[in-house]
Design a protein around this ligand. Structure first.
Ligand code: GLA
Length: 371
């Protein structure tokens, strides 16, 4: 073999191994943004046939099909069949939420002596990253293996009012234990605040199959953060004992949702941040939900200190989702793992500040099984 042939052969081998190791599985076209950019949909599948579909727009988990007690797959997240569906005022179906999930009071905070003013998109407050949060941007699919997908987004300094170029990576992985694992990481070039989550709306009976009031819930939380009428935490860490917020033993979600508790009234149901009972820094059980008819169970594990439990109180039946299903009030629940809302203005809450040189890293696992 001549040296030239050897070089060509080695070159071809390098290309082959590079492609094999990245093993990128292509997505399919999901639609086009109003400015003409292609939106892709990536399918994940595990060895047991569980399937997830993720869109590069908003990093949205568009569909998640998991087995019931008879082994029949059912799609248990709310969403739309096509990209156009996602062009409505946001319920944030399935989306990655950021740069700051949940609310920041008066849409401002001070960091390092500088006041930052954010986009107001929830009365006087900012919610879920502002007018064009991470749920409405196009993410770049970096690595798709068929069972995992890495999405990347660069949020520019000043975007929605936040300081610092924030480089974000979110990786969805479907494991063979029927878990959907989401790993979030971010770095910045200026002090900033970060609080990333996923806003999937679950109905374990199947998307569009009625309300979730009969689902049984356990929340591993002794305390929660009561809110004011703008759903901003008052700063108090209140015990759940003796209140409709006590889910330390299983309760149907609907059992106490009509109670006269002042906090239930303010949320229009449950729309509150629960402080998780944790030991150590690793993954720890946050919640368990079961649905009797399908026999489906969902457990949520997270490295985060808290979880927003939201019962779809703002859904009102005006949205028709996948397969033309009508999404009525409380037809799904969200379990958004997170830091506490309004942390940038509440020094006693765990910090959400990210500094240059540090890496933001959190993981949440949704594990599916049957009872
Ligand atoms: C979060 C909030 C709710 C609501 C939903 C989206 O869960 O806490 O108040 O804004 O998102 O509709």
């Amino acid at each position: 073999m001549t040296p030239l042939n050897l070089t060509l052969l080695l070159g071809a081998f390098t290309i082959m191994t590079t492609n094999c190791s990245s093993n990128h599985v292509a997505g399919r076209e999901f639609g086009k943004t109003p400015s003409g950019e292609a939106v892709e949909l990536y399918a994940l599948k595990n060895a047991k046939g569980v399937e997830g579909d993720i869109s590069t727009y908003g990093g949205v988990l568009v569909a998640l099909k998991v087995p019931d007690h008879a082994g029949a797959l059912g799609d248990i997240v709310l969403g739309f069949d096509d990209f156009q569906g996602y062009q409505i005022p946001p319920p944030y179906f399935g989306a990655i939420v950021g740069r700051y999930g949940n609310r920041i009071a008066h849409a401002r905070f001070t960091l390092g002596g500088v006041e930052y003013n954010l986009a107001k998109n929830d009365g006087d407050n900012t919610l879920h990253g502002g007018k064009r949060g991470f749920d409405k941007v196009l993410w770049t699919a970096k690595n798709a293996t068929g069972h995992s997908l890495e999405l990347a987004y660069l949020s520019k300094d000043g975007e929605e009012g936040y300081p610092g170029n924030l480089s974000v990576t979110v990786t969805y992985t479907l494991t063979d234990n029927n878990e959907l694992k989401i790993d979030y990481s971010a770095t910045t070039d200026k002090d900033t605040v970060v609080n990333l989550t996923n806003h999937s709306y679950f109905n374990l009976a199947g998307q569009g199959e009625g309300d979730i009031l009969g689902h049984e819930l356990i929340l591993n939380a002794d305390r929660y953060t009561p809110v004011d009428k703008g759903l901003i935490p008052t700063g108090e860490l209140r015990s759940v004992a003796g209140t409709p917020f006590d889910f330390r033993q299983p309760h149907a979600i609907g059992e106490r949702i009509g109670s006269s508790d002042e906090q239930i009234a303010l949320g229009g149901g449950y729309d509150h941040n629960f402080i998780l009972n944790r030991t150590g820094d690793g993954l720890s059980l946050a919640a368990r939900v079961t649905e009797a008819k399908s026999g489906r169970a969902l457990e949520v594990f997270t490295t985060e200190p808290a979880i927003q439990f939201y019962t779809g109180n703002f859904l009102d039946g005006t949205i028709r989702g996948k397969g033309g299903k009508v999404y009525g009030r409380r037809s799904a629940f969200c379990l958004e793992t997170q830091h506490y809302p309004d942390s940038p203005n509440q020094p006693s809450f765990p910090s959400t500040v990210l500094k240059p040189g540090a890496v933001y890293r959190t993981t949440t696992v949704y594990r599916f099984s049957t009872t």
